[in-house]
Design a protein around this ligand. Structure first.
Ligand SMILES: [Zn+2]
Length: 338
């Protein structure tokens, strides 16, 4: 090999390595940054036993014993689209804002939030309820992993995901039953649907949960967008860009990884200041979406259902198992749920 060729190859290799390092660093900064939404009191947030906090979560209007299955998300969306348009409204829209791996006791942080999508929904006449993941109600041992794929999949198909073979991550969902993303677009309920994520396990790997749906949509011209960004900052941009379009998607489903990433990295739960920060970030970004929705020129003539939920909790730096902390979840809506 000529010396000049070797030099060129070395330079290209060096540029690639430096580029990857810089890109990784910038990406990390975009994903996790010290939250500007932290409250003064967050610095000395008092740790409490999990169960003790559940009775004190005034944002939720049922008790944990009355928790609804997380599959209820599917029913809320279906019922919204099936109900007649209210007077003065000409179009139905719905969005599910997912805070991945958000433990229910993080809701203790709501009263001191500076910017909170959840508080905004409640202030506007919405409602919040305890829900549960895992296929059966706690304390019965879970029959599907308290993990990302089965959690979101159960909400998107309205049945427990283990019934169709999605017991954990890395198990592609069979095409049937189709999720709301395909079914609403195919039966004409929605002109367009969209699924925005940064986690590659949803539809960006061979064994991803919705890989069959993504391929089917592409091959059959179904107007369902499956778009993955590399970080939450990218998901935020993608979702805002959709909402700001005159003809935005009728059904938007998205997941933010702030709480899940920080839980795995440093510990799930509000006893961890970094987890507190992650929750603040997620709930502030959720508010960005709601603000964009309410700023739409056609907002007054649109009937929006806005849901905020999580797929599972966490314990230590993990989840998937049967513990109380992993099993309890929540659902918030801009409309009454119960
Ligand atoms: Zn998850």
């Amino acid at each position: 090999m000529k010396k000049a060729t070797k030099t060129v190859i070395c330079v290209i290799a060096a540029v690639l390595v430096i580029g990857a390092a810089v890109g990784g660093y910038v990406g990390y900064q975009l994903t996790y940054h010290p939250s500007k939404w932290l409250a003064e009191s967050d610095a000395d947030f008092a740790e409490k036993p999990f169960e003790e906090t559940l009775g004190e979560l005034t944002a939720l209007s049922n008790t944990w014993e009355e928790a609804v299955p997380q599959t209820e998300i599917y029913n809320l969306v279906k019922d919204h689209f099936d109900a007649p348009l209210p007077a003065g409204k000409t179009e139905k829209k719905a969005i599910v804002i997912g805070y991945d791996g958000c433990r229910v006791d993080a809701l203790r942080l709501l009263p001191t939030a500076k910017r909170s999508a959840i508080n905004h929904l409640l202030d506007g006449g919405g409602q919040g309820v305890f829900s549960y993941c895992g296929g059966v109600m706690y304390p019965e041992e879970n029959v599907q992993a308290t993990s990302t794929a089965p959690g979101w999949c159960s909400m998107l198909i309205g049945r427990w995901a283990n019934e169709i073979g999605v017991n954990n991550n890395g198990q592609p969902k069979p095409l049937e039953p189709k999720t709301l993303l395909l079914s609403l677009a195919e039966d004409g309920t929605a002109d367009k649907t969209a699924f925005y994520v940064s986690w590659d396990g949803h539809f960006s790997k061979k064994d991803a949960t919705y890989i069959n749906e993504k391929n089917y949509a592409k091959e059959n011209g179904v107007n369902a967008t499956f778009l993955r960004a590399f970080f939450d900052a990218g998901t935020r941009r993608n979702v805002l860009s959709d909402i700001k379009k005159k003809d935005c998607s009728d059904f938007i489903f998205l997941t933010l990884e702030y709480t899940d990433h920080q839980g795995h990295a440093t510990g799930f739960g509000p006893q961890n200041p970094k987890y507190i920060s992650a929750f603040r970030d997620a709930d502030a970004v959720g508010m960005d979406f709601i603000e964009a929705i309410e700023s739409r020129a056609t907002f007054d003539s649109e009937d929006w259902l806005i849901l905020i939920t999580t797929d599972h909790g966490g314990s230590g730096t993990g989840h998937g198992g049967p513990s109380f902390e992993e099993r309890m979840t929540f659902i918030f809506s801009n409309k009454p749920i119960l």
